[in-house]
Design a protein around this ligand. Structure first.
Ligand code: GDP
Length: 522
C-alpha cells in the first residue's frame, strides 16, 4: 500500500452550516491514449458493482456507482443503495461514483467555465511508457482546476515496466509523489490481473475523506449533463450527475435555455426512483430538447423555465449551424464532426469540405485536433452527426460507443479519400429533381439576397420557397432559395413545366441568363 496516514472524518461539516451532508466522491480517469484508462474503468465496474445489480446495467448512462470497504473510518458515511453488505473486517462499504468514460474531453470542455463534474481524478500512467503528451496535458488541467488526484501506474505486469523511470518522469512534470518530495498518492497496478486495483480504491476513499465532500439537501438541485440522446422509443434521454440539493421526480429542470420536467427518473441501473442525492448518476426523461453535454442543470419547483422546446431548439440550431442563410430545418444538412491530427491538417480538411457543393449542405458542428474520444461520439449521437477523421486514432471507449449507437466514422489518412466518401454519401442521400428552370432574364441584382429573375420551367414543377441548385454548364456552382414566385405578375405557389415565371431569389451566387435552377423533392 502506498497511501499516507491521516486523521479525517467523512462526516465533518464546515462550522456554521449544520445542514451539510456527506456525499461520495465523483471520480474521473485521465491520461494518455492506450495507457489503460478504459481497461481500468472496466475492471472496476466488473468487480465492484454487485453481480445481481450489474445485470441491470443495460446501457451506459455515463457514470456508475461502486461500493468499496472503507479501510480507515467507522463506516458511518454513506447509506448504501445495495444490500449494506459488510466486508470481512466488519466495515460498511462506501460509495464511489465513476464517470464511465475517460475524462479528458469533459474536463477540457468545462475548464473554461471553471467548473468540473468530477471531484477527484485518477491520473493513469503506463509503467512501460511514462509521461506522454496527453499525460502532461492532464497534469496541467488537474493543476488549473485544482482537482485532487491519485496516480495509477498501470501495466506493471508488462516486461518493460520501470517504476523508477515513471516516478522520475512524474517529478520532472511537477507531480511530486509521496516519498519523492511530495504528497500525491500513487498505486502501481495491473488492470489485466487486477493486482493493486483495490489499493487504488482505498486511496480514492482516503483522498475523499480528506476532501470532505458535502452537499446541502435544502438548496436548489444542481449538477451536470453527462450524456444526451434521442431514443426511438423513449424520446429524449438525458443522463446527469447530481452535485447539490436533491433531484426529485416531478421537479422542473433547466439547462441553459432548454427546459423540462423530470417525468421519469432512473438510477444508473435503470431502476425508477423518486429521488436521488448528490454524486448519483441519474437518467431523466422529460427535457423539451437535447441539452449540451457538460452543461450545468438546475432543478426544483422554483426553477424558471423560460423557453419552450421549439424556441430552444431554434436557438440551438442557429448556434450550431454554419450560419449559411440556406441551411434551414426543412433541408437538414449532413452534420459533421471533424477530427484531425494537428491544426494544419484540420484547417486543410475544413477548407476542402467547405469548398464542396453538395445538394444537402455539409454543416460542421465541431472540429478539433486529436484522437476521437467518447465525447466526440456522444456529440455525434446527440446531434445526429457523422465523424470525419483525418489521420487520427479512435480510442477504445469511442469505438465501443460508436458501435453501440451506430455512429458513422469516415476515417482515412488520405484527404481525397475522405472527400470522395463524403461526396458519395451526399449523393446517396440526394433526392430526385422536382423541377428545372432555365433563366431567361435578370431584372435586378442590386443585392444577392434579393435577385429578381425570370425564366421558363422546362421540367417538372417549380414551387415557391424551395431551395435550388444553380447549374452552369455541367457544374453545380451554387445554391439559393426562392423567396417569392410569380406567374403573370401575381403571386403563385407553383408553376408547371412549359410556363414562364418571375421570382425573387436569395443566393450568394449571382445568377446569370442561361443558368439552370434545379429544385428537389426534399
Ligand atoms: P486507453 O486508451 O487509455 O483507454 O487504453 P485501453 O484501456 O484501451 O488499453 C490499451 C491497451 O493496453 C489495451 O490493449 C489493453 O488491453 C492494454 N492494457 C491496459 N491495461 C493493462 C495492464 O494493466 N496490463 C497489460 N498487460 N495491458 C493492459
Amino acid at each position: 500500500m502506498y497511501f499516507r496516514v491521516f486523521c479525517g472524518n467523512y462526516m465533518t461539516t464546515p462550522k456554521g452550516n449544520t445542514s451539510l451532508l456527506p456525499r461520495p466522491p465523483i471520480v474521473v480517469v485521465m491520461g494518455h491514449v492506450d495507457h489503460g484508462k478504459t481497461t481500468l474503468i472496466d475492471y472496476i465496474r466488473k468487480t465492484n458493482v454487485a453481480a445481481k445489480e450489474a445485470g441491470g446495467i443495460t446501457q451506459s448512462i455515463g457514470a456508475y456507482e461502486i461500493e468499496h470497504p472503507s479501510t480507515t473510518s467507522t463506516g458511518s458515511g454513506q447509506a448504501s443503495s445495495f444490500d449494506k453488505a459488510q466486508d470481512k473486517s466488519g466495515q460498511a462499504p462506501k460509495k464511489i461514483t465513476f464517470i464511465d468514460t475517460p475524462g479528458h474531453e469533459a474536463f477540457t470542455k468545462m475548464r473554461s467555465r471553471g467548473a468540473t463534474t468530477a471531484d477527484l481524478a485518477i491520473l493513469v500512467v503506463a509503467a512501460d511508457e511514462g509521461v506522454k503528451p496527453q499525460t502532461a496535458e492532464a497534469i496541467k488541467i488537474l493543476a488549473e482546476t485544482k482537482t485532487p488526484y491519485v496516480v495509477a501506474i498501470t501495466k506493471i505486469d508488462r516486461p518493460g515496466a520501470d517504476l523508477d523511470k515513471i516516478k522520475n518522469d512524474l517529478t520532472t512534470h511537477g507531480v511530486l509523489l509521496e516519498g519523492y518530495g511530495g504528497n500525491i498518492s500513487y498505486q502501481p497496478l495491473s488492470a489485466k490481473s487486477g493486482e493493486g486495483v483495490n489499493d487504488l480504491l482505498d486511496l480514492l476513499l482516503l483522498t475523499a475523506e480528506l476532501e470532505n465532500f458535502t452537499y446541502d439537501p435544502k438548496i436548489q438541485t444542481s449538477g451536470y449533463v453527462l450524456e444526451a440522446k434521442r431514443d426511438k422509443n423513449r424520446g429524449l434521454e438525458v443522463s446527469v450527475i447530481v452535485k447539490n440539493g436533491i433531484l426529485k421526480r416531478g421537479q422542473k429542470i433547466k439547462v441553459g435555455s432548454i427546459g423540462g420536467k423530470v417525468k421519469i427518473l432512473e438510477n444508473f441501473l435503470g431502476k425508477t426512483v423518486n429521488e436521488l442525492t448528490p454524486s448519483s448518476p441519474a437518467m431523466i426523461i422529460g427535457f423539451d430538447d437535447l441539452p449540451a453535454i457538460g452543461e450545468e442543470f438546475a432543478a426544483g419547483d422554483d426553477v424558471e423555465v423560460q423557453a419552450s422546446g421549439n424556441q430552444a431548439s431554434a436557438a440551438r440550431s442557429t448556434n450550431l449551424s454554419n450560419h449559411s442563410p440556406f441551411v434551414t430545418e426543412e433541408e437538414k444538412g449532413i452534420t459533421l464532426i471533424l477530427k484531425a491530427e494537428n491544426s494544419g491538417s484540420l484547417e486543410a480538411l475544413t477548407a476542402t469540405i467547405q469548398a464542396l457543393t453538395t445538394h444537402k449542405p455539409l454543416v460542421v458542428k465541431s472540429s478539433s485536433v486529436g484522437e476521437i474520444y467518447d465525447g466526440d461520439v456522444q456529440l455525434a449521437v446527440s446531434t445526429g452527426s457523422i465523424i470525419v477523421a483525418f489521420h487520427v486514432k479512435v480510442n477504445s471507449a469511442a469505438k465501443r460507443l460508436a458501435e453501440t449507437h451506430k455512429v458513422k466514422i469516415l476515417e482515412s489518412d488520405i484527404i481525397y479519400k475522405l472527400i470522395e466518401a463524403l461526396q458519395k454519401m451526399a449523393e446517396d442521400t440526394t433526392p430526385p429533381p422536382e423541377g428545372e428552370l432555365e433563366v431567361l432574364a435578370i431584372f435586378n441584382q442590386m443585392e444577392p439576397e434579393k435577385q429578381v429573375i425570370g425564366g421558363k420551367v422546362i421540367e417538372g414543377i417549380f414551387k415557391n420557397k424551395r431551395a435550388f441548385e444553380i447549374v452552369r454548364g455541367e457544374t453545380v456552382i451554387g445554391k439559393g432559395r426562392i423567396t417569392n414566385l410569380q406567374q403573370n405578375k401575381a403571386d403563385a405557389d407553383q408553376v408547371p413545366a412549359g410556363k414562364e415565371c418571375g421570382m425573387m431569389v436569395n443566393s450568394e451566387t449571382m445568377v446569370k441568363t442561361g443558368d439552370h435552377l434545379v429544385v428537389r423533392t426534399a
